[in-house]
Every structure is written in structure tokens, then in C-alpha cells.
Design a protein around this ligand. Sequence first.
Ligand code: MEV
Length: 442
Amino acid sequence: MKKSSRIPGFYKVTVDERRALVEDAAGVPSGTIAASVAGGGLDAVTADKFVENVVGTYALPYGITLNVRINDRDFLVPMVVEEPSVVAAASNASRMIRDGGGFTAEVDEPLMISQVQLFGVPDRERAKRLILEAKQELLALADVAIPGLLSRGGGTRDLEVRLIGGDDEGMVVVHFIVDCRDAMGANLVNSVAEAVADRIAALANGQVGLRILSNLCDRRCVRATVRVPIASLVTETMDGGAVADGIVNASRFAELDPYRAATHNKGIMNGIDSVVIATGNDWRAVEAGAHAYAARNGRYEPLATWRRDGEFLLGRIEVPMALGTVGGTLRVHPGARLSLALLGIEAASDLAMVAAAVGLASNLAAVRALATDGIQRGHMALHARSVAVAAGATGDFVEKVAASIVEARDITVGGARRALANLRGESLPPPASDPVPGGSAR
Ligand code: MEV
């Protein structure tokens, strides 16, 4: 991107003004955003080519998370999500993280696992030996199925043989490890599994079972760390040290209790899924991989953890991330293409780092809120802002009206109109009965 991902006052301006600011910062032509996501970015005729029985499309809000800096590079991060507070929370936490230099991230090679299941294998040890002896032949056979990937520098890298269950079932599972480069890779690894299965079954003297990718792509992980100055965590009522200790306490709770870990990880997936959806990727695959990885030690655990180091709070996330920047939805969905253009990303590895980083930021925002005022206060403050905007407030009036209706405990459009008129010194409209339901924590 051309400029910094830090855009002060972004939330206060109109949608059109935000589009102009983002286009300018990202260095994309003026009008790109409106052209790409108008009406949700997808018409019914195009949608009809995606899935079956189409009768329309279904739009979701498309927001931008600011302040994200990873490995000294700034990113404006598009997020598609229906839940209030997620984008603001990720932006706020990324700003605190930025105070400590931003995220440091690294990503594994884009290795996916293709599973071929055999059953009824009479001598599993012998089968394993024969399959391993035929490794080079099998890898070459697998590569024949994916010529396009080969030409892009990817291909089958290895295979391993697993004996699962008892001898009576005769089950053997062969994993082909496929380097998918910038593709998510589901179709590629499925093709590999189907191409090699018969030959493997012949070697093992067994029958072919399933031939499909594994969504537990634990060879394709991202790790991101942050070092947040505790001074940046301070709230109106708590000093930074107390907030940091509260966050560590929240982390320990998730480490010790799967009931809490599930919610902790849900907060992480708020950020990750939003990026995954905005970039046209398969969020169910990412969800499946994340939760399976969270349970890899035989107990469901948090994907991100927090510790204190003197005047700093240290955070770490490790999560599998099967994302693509080529193929699939990306080719056809203008919104997905827009997201990559705003991010300034071509490599799937960069996208994986962004998604994990935003997941860590989302987690920080959630546990900071939970360890301090509780989640509802922030939700209500944000909700009050959107009510203020709905009542016609713009610029600095947004914050003033929001503060006034929160203070008056009257978060309604009518209340906001009255607060706005009051602030402008105008005569007040009569009270109206138009309550707007509050934003809820999920
Ligand atoms: C709500 O979408 C997510 C949280 O429940 C996450 C958490 O509890 O850590 C706030």
C-alpha cells in the first residue's frame, strides 16, 4: 500500500469519504470500491455460476480494519462480518499492538495433506513397506494429476503411511503432502488422492476408501507474536499493569478450561473469518482446521495465549491457515479481488499472516474488554455511535451525541436527535418512541 494503515477519525466520516480515504491510502484508482462492492459485489447471474438453485445474493457489511502493521509492513484489512464491534475492536487492538512495533509473523510452506484411505488390507506392515518403497513412482503419478500447479512451482513433496485402528479392520491411510503455492488447494489435493488411490490399493492388496484433503492442515501454520507496551492497555478506570494482569488471567482461564477456550477461540475467529470471507476464501475449511488444531494435544486449547514480561504484554497465536490468492471464488467475485487489491497482496502466505494477526488482535480486544469493563460497555458505546449517525450526526458530533445518549441511558434515534439538536443549540423535537435494540455480545 502507498500510505500508513493508520487513518485517524476514519469512523466519523461518511461511507463515501471512507472509500476515498482507503483508495488513496491503498493506491487504487478512485471509484474502485464503489464499483467492486456496490450491491454486495455479486449479481444473481454471476452467483448462478457459483452454486446451484440460485434465486439471489445476500450482502454483508464490508469494513476496513486499520492500524495493522506486520513485519514492518502496513495493511488495510478488509473484513466482511455481520457482528457489531468486530471491526472496531480489531482496529483498536491493532493500534495498541502498533505501539509496540506491530505484529511479527511467520508462515509455513503452503503444504496441504491429501488422504487416501485403504481398508481390508491383510498385512498392513507389508503394505506400508511396499508403499514407501514405491514412493518416487507414487509422487510422480500424483504430479501427473496437477500439471498447472507444477508449472507454478508447486507439486507433491512427500508421502507418509499411517496404520490406524486394529489389524482386524486392515485400515491404512496414505498422506500425500502437496505444496499448493498460492492456491488454497482443495481441488488440487483431491485430484492427487483420486489419481494415486488405485495404484496404492494394488500395492497394499486392499480396497480404496475415501480420497480427500484433510482440513487439519497442520503443516501450513502461521505464527504471529506481539509485544504490547502495558501503557497502551490503560482504560479509564484501570492502569496498564492491572489490565495486562487481567489479560494473562483470561489467557490462563482459556488454557485450563475447554469451555472458556471455545469462547476465547470464537473471539479469534471473529477476526480470522472476516478476513477469510472478504478475500473469497473457504471459512468453513479454516474453522475446521483451527478447531482441530486447538484439540491437537488431546484437549481443546486456546489458539492464542498471553503473558506479561515487565512493562510489556506478550501475545502469541499459532493456527493453520489454508488460504488462496488464486483460483476459486477469487476469479469471479469482484469483492474478493478488491480485498486483495486493498491489502496489496499477491502471495497466499502474506494473506495467511494478515488473517492470523487480525485474529490475535480480535482476541486482545475481547480479553481486554472482559478483563476490564466487560464486553457490553464497548458494545453499547459503538452502538451509540451508529445510532448517532442514524440520527444525522456527522464529524465531531458523532462522538458527542454518542457520549450524551450513553450518559442519558437513552440509546435511541429519538434520543440521539434530541442530543444533536441540543448540542447545536436548536429547539428539541418532541420525544419519539423509537427504541433501537442494543448491540448484543455473542
Ligand atoms: C464475541 O463475539 C466474542 C467474545 O465472546 C470472545 C471472548 O469471550 O473472548 C467476546
